[in-house]
Design a protein around this ligand. Sequence first.
Ligand SMILES: [Zn+2]
Length: 293
Amino acid sequence: MTRGVLIAAELGVPLAVLTAIAILVAINFAAPAPPPGTILRIDLPASTGEIGLPRIDGPADASRPLVVIDAGHGGHDPGASGQRGEQEKRITLALALALRDALLEGGRVRVALTRDGDRFLALEERSGIARRLKADLFVSVHADAAESPDATGATVYTLSDRGSDALADAVATRENRADRVNGVALGGKSDTVTAILVNLSQREMRERSRRFAELVLREGQGALRFHKDPEREAAFVVLKSLDLPSALIEAGYISSPEDARALGDPAWRKGFAGAVAAAMEIYLARTTVVPGG
Ligand SMILES: [Zn+2]
């Protein structure tokens, strides 16, 4: 018996407990260390277990392409806020609903929303919904914020390990922070996970995502005001580990009084939704077979 055990015994710790501890310690030391160069696969923790899948709207024909629209933030995560107290989570929901309506009006594709009310979802749950529904396209809708009130216009982001510039990295950092609220710091694990997940098929998905982003810029000409550098890449957690084309659209700057007014205007949102829905329909018509469409 070691000195520690003797002291413990004197303190009245039952021998069975001490034996169990001794066995556990022995097992721990006996476990061989992984050889150098071994890749340890870390599973991303499911924060609240698997959540229920949302309703799918649109044509009953399950062979029609499916778009999953994600209204950013929600519940106890309000997202960015505007000078007049506008909350990003409310704007993103209004935009997502407008986008859904525009797609349903077109009648060509099926649509599901990650949330249709004010509730919190971890970033991984959002992409998880799209994956589990086997979506053909995933789009997360947000509203940007910047210190300067001069920053205006929409930006379309696609996934990259490294941001296209410091600003893109800063936006990704801010949007990724939502998961820390839930006590799960996914950011720290993402480098390893990303390294494992990067493969040919993912590169193909990124290429497709960029093609979709280009269509948003093309269809948005005239209807939307874009940021001066409107197409960027950044490491968004919500787009990671998705094996389907995906993009994150910052519809405008909530920190800009002019943009905040537009984002709060149903007519502007309808224009936004029409342009993005057109881009989605064109993208899906090119990449998927739409029967009779
Ligand atoms: Zn956001």
